[in-house]
Design a protein around this ligand. Sequence first.
Ligand SMILES: *Cc1c(COP(=O)(O)O)cnc(C)c1O
Length: 407
Amino acid sequence: MRYDSSEMNNPADHKLHPQTLAIRIQAERTQNREHAVPLYMTSSFTFEDAEQARAMFADEEPGSIYTRFSNPNTNELVEKMCMLEQAEDGLTTASGMAAVFVSLAGILKSGDHLVASRAVFGSTHQVITMLLPRWGITHTYVDTNADQQDWERAIQPNTRMIFAETPSNPGLDLVDLSMLGVLAKKHNLLLNVDNCFATPYVQQPAVFGADIITHSATKFIDGQGRALGGIIVGKKDVIRELRFFARHSGPAMSPFNAWIFSKSLETLAVRMEKHCSNAFELARWLQGNQMNHLERVRYPFLPDYPKMDLARKQMLSGGAMVCFTVKGGLERGRRFLNNLQLCSLTANLGDTRTIATHPASTTHSKLSETDRKAVGIDAGLIRISVGLEHISDIQHDIARALAASVD
Ligand SMILES: *Cc1c(COP(=O)(O)O)cnc(C)c1O
């Protein structure tokens, strides 16, 4: 690997910006002199001789052996992500949930305890509450409005890790990353942050002391709703442990998906800029024009957002997700979705196309009303993944669907 580099050799007089490097990092060019990276669609790699095979398995010589361990396409993707996240090392997985699972199961063992923010992705909640207990790993959830003392009270002598998702899916709640960074350090815990909603364009948890950062690459990293994947980056020693777990348990990313994600990362900043500006504009417009239909609008950079100071401290922008609660609860929420004509009804997010979801009747329908309330999901909550279409077309579609869904 390293850089696609004729222009970049020895830039001692000018340090390149991470955004530039994330565009120019590329698997080493082959004798074919290709410009874009080739797809290394191969399960394994050949050895020059028995001695090289021995040396590579013994970690004495670098290089790809078998695609379950690593591959030039996944290596390239990891290097780009490390650059964007300001992280030391990383690995890729077959999905975002594989990344979350590896980040937990690759470290925690029987008897360990996990402290986690209550507002986490639905499947992460299932892993924490239904799967980890099978192996004797317990947890304590901390509420969204918890302060430092509440977090500290949740820590037990056998706590090993803090897990947080910020902004949370779907409620857009924030957790104070620098507070968690300090707490993790003080109690010698690993801090693990799911940074899927923000992307490294909006926030870099490593800067606040996170040891592990997990991503669903399926979302904004792909950005076009094509491929499933996960990425974990973080501190070198921690990643070494996680890599051991992943190498032998096998949730590897396909080289084809890595090739897609890596090319997509080259446009992450420009896409996120537009996603975020469309989202902010939509949030302000909803609040200014549609409040006859809505109970509230939630977006981290809106002036009435409860943690706006925190949002502005740890995020570059409010992100690409907007939530609002329609008046009229569950049935109005369903009617609203049925009246949309442009926005897609689909379970994904982070696409060029705007997507509307209604968590109470879909992703979070298995939770009780009380549990939904505890993670900020009202019956009428609508989550919009704001796409790259012209903002006035998105507004027009939402305005029409709101008007048409009045009882
Ligand atoms: C989608 C998502 C995941 C899981 O990712 P998959 O690629 O669907 O497995 C994890 N965390 C968050 C916050 C997500 O939005």
